[in-house]
Design a binder for this molecule. Structure first.
Ligand SMILES: NC(=O)c1ccc[n+]([C@@H]2O[C@H](COP(=O)([O-])OP(=O)(O)OC[C@H]3O[C@@H](n4cnc5c(N)ncnc54)[C@H](OP(=O)(O)O)[C@@H]3O)[C@@H](O)[C@H]2O)c1
Length: 384
């Protein structure tokens, strides 16, 4: 086996997962080398990352935000537009693609990475929510490694086990900042309150998804595709301490769980080190001072987004793509102060109700559904 460092493309390098990926690479310069970076609009930060790491291939989705050539290292090339971001995923110089883009914008990059035979370290759960039916058949065994902490936990619990002995997946949820609240109280939630997640510091979209519990619905669909387990055998449990990252129940009644401190650098690093484990800069889990761990059922009446996502997953076809697009538009509108917190689930529900679900046939069809659902969600936001 070669001892050459793994060559990594970090798509979404200026975001929360992307920046943590660069931290990990800085700790292991002999094992990991960043060779490509992409962002949406943060051209200046992208250029600073490229200079620091001497990265010659960068891409910016929004052309006017591209860095000036003078700001990039000598000989560097900056592509612009969504195709340039996707192209990085299949470059010959790349061994591993970390897809840390946010939203359905990550779908084509996941497709490109899998088609090109790269290892795909997948943080962008929306790829699987929208296109899991098409992406999973492209993935060779061991090619797609989840970064989401719950899915990394399940992936690790499943190592050495036969799929036939899996009885149930248990996805843990922190419950977000509004755990225990009534539906009526949610109407007045402010952006600041919704962004104050009790356990994790993350990008704005996933933080709002965690507050509505849509995130757990997206993760249920992600788990269904990743592990090939039916929705009737995936359960969600609210575990406010976020110490147990998820569990797998086997046919003999044994349950394996994955515990650890809540730090995304651990699952990101595992997606790069697998099947090995490397030291991580996190404090050890001190069991004697943990106190009690609690587990409770989620409240689907209050957190409508979770119920809607579970319905979309069970229905399948193009409905998860429509739901995801509506959610992206509604979350952006909430963050911009144009929609109330409970308006998010109203918009998602209306778009889902109006969507004529079809069997998934192609990426182009999913992009059409995505665009139509975004348009309709935009109209609903404007009328709210
Ligand atoms: N953060 C976490 O702890 C966490 C945990 C588990 C899973 N995830 C998942 O990981 C993904 C990333 O989350 P995040 O929290 O890191 O998000 P984030 O902080 O908002 O970062 C998103 C990154 O993607 C870039 N980007 C967005 N749209 C793009 C586009 N169309 N083309 C190119 N680049 C684009 C952004 O660039 P700009 O800076 O230019 O906007 C930024 O670099 C999401 O799917 C999320 O659900 C995150």
């Amino acid at each position: 086996m070669s001892n050459a460092p793994l060559r990594i493309a970090v798509l979404g390098s200026t975001g929360s997962i992307g920046r943590q990926t660069l931290d990990i690479a800085a700790r292991y310069p002999d094992r990991l080398r960043i060779v490509a970076l992409a962002a949406n609009r943060s051209g200046e930060l992208l250029a600073a990352q490229a200079r620091e790491l001497d990265v010659r291939c960068v891409a910016v989705c929004d052309p006017p935000c591209a860095p000036r050539a003078d700001d990039l290292p000598d000989g560097a090339y900056c592509g612009t537009g969504p195709e340039a971001v996707v192209a990085l995923a299949s470059f010959d110089e790349v061994d591993v693609v970390v897809n840390a883009l946010v939203g359905a914008a990550g779908l084509r990059a996941s497709e490109a990475a899998l088609r090109a035979g790269k290892r795909l370290a997948l943080a962008n759960k929306e790829s699987l929510v929208v296109g899991g039916d098409l992406l999973m058949p492209l993935a060779a065994p061991g090619q797609l490694i989840p970064v989401d902490s719950e899915h990394s936990a399940i992936f690790q619990c499943l190592l050495g086990e036969s799929g036939a002995s899996v009885a149930r997946l248990w996805l843990t949820a922190s419950g977000g900042p509004f755990r225990g609240w009534d539906r009526s109280a949610l109407a007045a939630v402010t952006v600041e309150q919704a962004l104050a997640h009790p356990r994790w510091t993350m990008g704005p979209k996933i933080t709002i998804d965690s507050a509505t519990l849509m995130n757990k619905g997206l993760e249920t669909i992600e788990a269904h595709h990743l592990f090939g387990v039916g929705y009737d055998r995936i359960s969600i449990v609210v575990h406010a301490q976020s110490t147990v990252h998820s569990l797998v129940e086997f046919s003999d009644g044994s349950v394996k769980g994955h515990l650890g401190v809540a730090d995304m650098r651990v699952p990101i690093q595992y997606a790069l080190s697998h099947p090995d484990r490397w030291d991580a800069p996190v404090p050890p889990l001190e069991l004697t001072t943990l106190g009690s761990l609690t587990f409770e059922a989620p409240d689907l009446e209050t957190f409508r987004c979770l119920a809607l996502a579970l319905h979309a997953g069970r229905t399948g076809g193009t409905l998860p793509a429509a739901m995801n697009a509506a959610n992206e538009v509604a979350v952006a509108a909430f963050l911009a102060g144009r929609l109330g917190f409970t308006g998010i689930d109203s918009v998602v529900e209306t778009v889902m109700n109006e969507h004529g679900t079809e069997r998934v046939e192609s990426f182009e069809q999913l992009e059409r559904v995505d665009a139509q659902s975004r348009r309709r969600a935009g109209e609903l936001v404007a009328a709210s």
